[in-house]
Design a binder for this molecule. Sequence first.
Ligand SMILES: C[S@@+](CC[C@H](N)C(=O)[O-])C[C@H]1O[C@@H](n2cnc3c(N)ncnc32)[C@H](O)[C@@H]1O
Length: 250
Amino acid sequence: MEESRIKDLVKEAIIELLTDPNIPIQEFKPHLPHTAKLLSHFTSAEYLRSTPGFDGIKGCWERGDFYDWIFGNHLTSSQANGLFAEFGVAWGTTINHMSALRPDVTFYGFDGFEGIPEPWYNNPAGSYTQNGTLPVVNKNVELVVGWFDQSLPKFTEVHGDFLREHGVSMLHVDCDIYSSTVTVLEHLGKFLRPGSIVIFDEYWNYQNWEKHEHKAWTEFCLANEVSYKFIAYTVGSVQAAVVIESVGSI
Ligand SMILES: C[S@@+](CC[C@H](N)C(=O)[O-])C[C@H]1O[C@@H](n2cnc3c(N)ncnc32)[C@H](O)[C@@H]1O
């Protein structure tokens, strides 16, 4: 039997069990969060199966391997000389990893360092706050401190010539929530070019994944006729990376 058919059958069986009027709901109550989580894996898998790039997407077992693979295959010095930026720096773990892979370029790390402005998943607003202490970052990292809607207009003005000439090489979207991702794309989306890489840290595979980074990204692409394909993901986790193939009306 085809793998996709097996998945459909499992999904149908779960829904049938959950909606069976003859089985007291109490029996399932303790399992509902797990079942909901399981369904989010199925919806993510179904979505991926229907997208361009599905066959060739690289699965990485660790986040570190995921970044290494993307940088080694799409962001070497001969391939990428535009903007490298992360949205959501917090402790600096990821930006330090990435910036060590390209010591020849400046990585801009955007964060208010006051935590997420709205609740997301199981985390209340304010989660990830650094309580006024900025992370220690590599020499080739510049922190841009502030809420994105305030820091980005100034940044794009100051770096306008560079952005128009070189575009975006890599955006790492690790701000979790829909509104923050929308702000990033509103200000930097127009500098995406064929070959630009966008890495999402919370793209899919968790409950309500359709309402956050994924939603902001797909709405942006639809509105601006941007086409892209998935290039890599983390196995069993929530990260995904895309490469831009063409830009229409940006
Ligand atoms: C999950 S943490 C980032 C983790 C980080 N990449 C690391 O490797 O340690 C999410 C961060 O996004 C930031 N953030 C989310 N929305 C923001 C916004 N609109 N403006 C500024 N910072 C924002 C939060 O302050 C938080 O530090």
